[in-house]
Design a protein around this ligand. Structure first.
Ligand code: COA
Length: 165
């Protein structure tokens, strides 16, 4: 008769979820983050054209402290979002989380912080734009409490004709 060695006692019972990952620290996006954040955004599916460095810096300086990044434990940029307001409404652009940091609440954490900042500035509403085939983003924004606006249609005018969209 061979004896089966006892398994070490498990700290988790079967079927129990692993403990949640700790949240990543969040900080304002700085002009110097351009290279890293533009690389992350360009690697994300479903985002529109990424600004040039000049355009990015202009946006950050017109909307100071509102655009945010999340930083990984080894100091790399794990997520970024551009947030601005025009005095009437708040807007968010280019929300992107690096694939290895997804589904652990990083984007929700950043969006909640951004909404709080926009509320502090007196904004009553925040609008986002998304491609109509971006089903993942639809689920995310709905989970954050954003509602679709089927009564609206976006139209734009090209001020610089050769600008890629
Ligand atoms: C969309 C995106 C920003 C979400 O980032 P994230 O950090 O993974 O999101 P969170 O972990 O905060 O998710 C919050 C909630 O959104 C929903 N959600 C997020 N990702 C989802 C997915 N892949 N499938 C279904 N629901 C999802 C869930 O309700 C989730 O809550 P839960 O995990 O408790 O179920 C990320 O997937 C991404 O960068 N996608 C590519 C770029 C993009 O499409 N950006 C949006 C442009 S408008």
């Amino acid at each position: 008769l061979t004896s089966v060695p006892d398994k070490p006692p498990s700290t988790r019972s079967r079927g129990e979820k692993p403990p949640p990952e700790p949240p990543l620290p969040i900080a304002p996006l700085a002009p110097d983050d351009y290279e890293e954040v533009a690389k992350l955004w360009k690697a994300c599916e479903g985002l529109s054209r990424i600004e040039t460095r000049d355009e990015y810096e202009r946006f950050i300086s017109r909307n100071p402290e509102l655009s945010l990044k999340a930083v990984s434990p080894d100091g790399k940029l794990a997520a970024g979002i551009m947030v601005g307001y025009d005095g009437r409404r708040g807007y968010m652009y280019h929300l992107g989380v690096a694939p290895e940091f997804r589904r652990r609440g990083v984007a929700s954490q950043m969006v909640k912080r951004s909404l709080e900042l926009l509320r502090t500035l007196g904004m009553r509403r925040c609008t986002i734009f998304l491609f109509s085939d971006n089903n993942l983003a639809k689920k995310f924004w709905a989970a954050m409490g954003f509602r679709p606006r089927p009564e609206l249609r976006s139209m734009s005018f090209e001020l610089i004709e050769d600008e890629p969209s």
